[in-house]
Design a protein around this ligand. Structure first.
Ligand code: ADP
Ligand code: ZN
Ligand code: ZN
Length: 737
């Protein structure tokens, strides 16, 4: 047969490639891995990516189909990013085709050309200036002219949109003869502009030490920037970015959640004159592709995004930053279960660039990498500027009366801080009105019909809501078991605490911050603006409040329930709880005013709480790490979790039992020692959304043994006879189990 065989990665759950003949008219020399190609698949056509070329195929020649057309003349991704995708697929045991479809913007997946819109650069015409009379009363247009004046070679729509300038604004300027559209080819990447739009802060001595260390290295180095809340980590990012941009390179910044931290984004945009691309969920497919192209072509100096941004190609990568590296949102919890923080480290290695992982509460994984000498430790132990660390105190609530989750001394402390003109943050990690609806006469509790879980009572709008499967129903007025009408909402969530605080402190505004109240676009921004006025007020909210915000006027942080993490069955419970409390506490006293943290607990003498309040997170983290080392738990060993779910528990279990036997046999065949198989056991919440779930844990002291097993194991599992009745998935380095 003539011509090479193309092994094509297609978006399919199967961990395999599909063979095709080269499309008609394509020369062998034009075909390379990484190019997209359109192929026939069943009744339709699909867009795939050439993974490799081969001389032979197992498919009989008569059945080997011909590809329809080659989409890209060049490989779509830079070499390093292609390698990253291939590595991701093999590390997480996921099909390459499906991995690539997670990595690529929708339009590229659909076969669109990998170029941005042709009309995309807006450029100022001679004679346009901000004080031009034609725009004297149009603030947005004036802002657009100011922005374009700083970018003489033009700015793409993707980039003007980042500054909140709509197409209408620019088209209005076009009509007035002040701007024009130019084509991409006129574009130059090196803009003769001062890099900084605002001066940098003068770093303190700890910041200087960290920055000197970072700047002294070139090539790959992983830095763990371990700095207490408010210690000036962001300022270090900014100055490290400045250094990198100064060398003509681009920076990729990963953050946990875009919508929640507009302040951080503004700091990046305010500081630099280079184009900043923000990959947020509000972008439509076209804007996303434009942003992707701006990054790949080197037009964007800084690219900021959440976990999936790790797959954004860069023309001249120079630095990767992962802010709040401990945050769980970097781990994707379905489909391709990758951890963007870990991929970022591998990407930096491939790109030969430094990476900064920053956190006030570093993950034990990263601290362990420091111990093993893989990451360099940079510590900031003091707050920047004049801010002092907050003081901690536990309030023992045993036998104290709680009203809406608050005890009397807590209410009094809140009152005191408010009366001094300060702001107070009340943290309760439970949204809704109450976590339980109970019958006072017979003890019945409202449960979800599809999950092993109770329904949460919500008041606005009134309903029972399952936070696990999202099912909702009206609040019962009568007990279905004994017909009593004495139904009570037990316990407190954000709504109830808010209601109570409003009644206790009618003269102060109470702002609630949880998923419900923040669902409106810009809600967070509006809320932050109110908080920034500095007026005394109460903030009530969930962990959303804990994420990286700067609240200079908050002097008291009230933590209503610290006990959950103390009884957690997950070995990561203590780490999580210490991170959460430290992060929330870190919102207090970030400026001139000293901060206080009060923690309500039933277990005031628990060692973890004592360590936390007396020694802080760093001590707890080291203790926990010692414990994990002794117990052979991650990060000191390696685990993967095989999950299965089915319409009945027996089938899920049967599948896992059989998978377990298969794995045992493979360990013998492959001579893999010390691989432990634990389970199968029912998942922590066995029934969820109507399906029964079970899991099997695989643990090994060395990563290579684990991966060798997984590779062979999954290939057999794909053709397992129960595969049709069971939905199963593999999670490498699982974070919740
Ligand atoms: P982190 O990211 O560690 O929480 P930030 O970078 O947000 O800390 O800094 C906390 C506050 O301290 C910010 O208001 C910031 O402007 C200020 N700050 C940081 N570095 C300095 C410095 N060198 N001099 C003065 N203020 C600083
Ligand atoms: Zn009843
Ligand atoms: Zn449910």
């Amino acid at each position: 047969m003539s011509g090479p065989i193309l092994q094509v990665a297609l978006p399919s759950p199967l961990r395999r490639l599909f063979d095709y003949r080269a499309p008609g008219g394509a020369h062998a020399k034009d075909l390379r891995p990484g190019q997209r190609i359109r192929v026939p698949f069943g009744q339709r056509q699909m867009v795939g990516v050439i993974a490799s070329l081969s001389d032979a195929s197992d498919v009989p020649p008569a059945r080997l189909k011909r590809a329809v057309e080659l989409i890209d003349l060049e490989p779509l991704l830079p070499e390093t990013l292609w390698q990253l995708c291939c590595w991701t697929a093999s590390y997480y045991q996921h099909g390459l085709g499906d991995t690539l479809s997670c990595a690529l913007p929708t339009l590229l997946r659909q076969g669109e050309p990998a170029i941005a819109r042709q009309d995309r650069l807006w450029q100022l015409l001679p004679g346009a200036y901000p004080e031009h009379p034609a725009i004297s009363r149009a603030a947005k247009q004036k802002q657009a002219v100011q922005l374009l004046a700083k970018h003489p070679h033009g700015l793409s729509h993707a980039l003007t949109a980042q500054w909140g300038l709509s197409r209408d604004t620019l088209e209005a300027l076009e009509k007035k003869g002040l701007v024009q559209r130019i084509s991409q080819s006129h574009h130059h990447t090196n803009e003769p502009l001062p890099l900084l739009r605002e001066p940098r802060l003068t770093p303190n001595s700890q910041q200087v030490a960290a920055l000197d260390a970072i700047k002294a290295q070139s090539g790959f180095t992983a830095w763990l920037l371990d700095g207490v809340t408010g210690s000036g980590k962001t300022e270090i990012y900014l100055q490290a970015i400045e250094h990198c941009l100064g060398e003509g390179r681009q920076v990729l910044v990963l953050i946990p959640e875009i919508g929640l931290t507009p302040q951080t984004l503004e700091r990046f945009q305010r500081r630099f004159s280079v184009p900043v691309v923000i990959l947020h969920s509000g972008l439509n497919d076209r804007e996303r592709l434009d942003a992707w192209v701006a990054a790949r072509d080197g037009e964007a100096g800084i690219v900021i995004g959440t976990r999936s941004a790790i797959f954004t190609p860069l023309a001249r990568p120079g630095l990767i930053i992962v802010d709040e590296e401990h945050d769980l949102s970097f781990k994707q919890q379905e489909g391709l279960r990758y951890n963007a923080r870990d991929l970022a480290v591998y990407r930096a290695y491939l790109e030969k660039t430094p990476i900064i992982l920053g956190s006030a509460t570093p993950s034990l994984e990263s601290l362990y990498n420091v111990r093993r000498g893989r990451y360099q430790h940079l510590r900031l132990t003091e707050r920047a500027g004049n801010a002092k660390p907050p003081t901690f105190q536990c309030i023992d609530i045993r036998s104290r009366k709680l009203e809406a989750g608050l005890c009397r001394p807590m209410i009094e402390a809140i009152g005191e801080h408010l009366s001094k003109g300060n702001q107070v943050l009340v943290f309760i990690n439970r949204r809704g009105f109450a976590p339980t609806l109970m019958c006072h006469d017979c003890g019945w509790m409202a449960e979800c019909t599809r999950c092993d879980a109770r329904m949460t009572v919500h008041q606005s709008p009134p309903r029972l809501h399952c936070h696990h499967c999202d099912s909702q129903r009206p609040v019962d007025t009568e007990c279905p078991k004994c017909q009593s009408t004495e139904l009570r909402s037990i316990g407190a969530g954000t709504e109830r605490t808010e209601e109570h605080l409003v009644s206790c402190f009618p003269e102060f505004p109470v702002l609630r911050i949880d998923r419900e109240s923040m669902s409106r676009k810009k809600a967070m921004q509006d809320m932050l603006a109110r908080i920034q006025t500095g007026q005394p007020c109460l903030l009530v909210g969930t962990q959303m409040l804990a994420k990286g915000h700067h609240f200079p006027d908050v002097t008291l942080v009230a933590i209503l329930d610290a006990d959950g993490g103390l009884f957690s069955s997950d070995f990561r419970g203590p780490e999580r709880m210490a991170q959460m409390i430290t992060q929330v506490a870190g919102r207090a006293g970030r400026a001139e005013k000293p901060g206080q943290v009060l923690i309500q607990t039933h277990m005031a003498e628990h060692q973890l709480l004592i360590d936390l309040t007396e020694h802080g997170y760093a001590t707890i983290a080291q203790n926990e790490l010692n414990g994990r080392e002794k117990a052979g738990l991650p990060p000191c060993s390696f685990i993967a979790l095989l999950r299965a779910e089915a319409n009945n528990a027996a089938i899920a279990n049967e599948f896992l039992e059989s998978a377990c036997e298969l794995a045992e046999q493979l360990c013998v065949d492959l001579a893999l020692e010390k691989v432990d198989l634990l389970g199968p056991v029912a998942s922590p919440m066995e029934r969820r959304a109507g399906r029964y779930r079970a899991q099997l844990l695989v643990q090994a002291p060395h990563r290579s043994a684990l991966h060798q097993l997984l590779h062979h194991w999954l290939i057999s599992l794909e053709s397992h006879s129960l595969g049709r009745k069971v939905r199963w998935s593999i999670d490498v380095d699982p974070l919740d189990m």
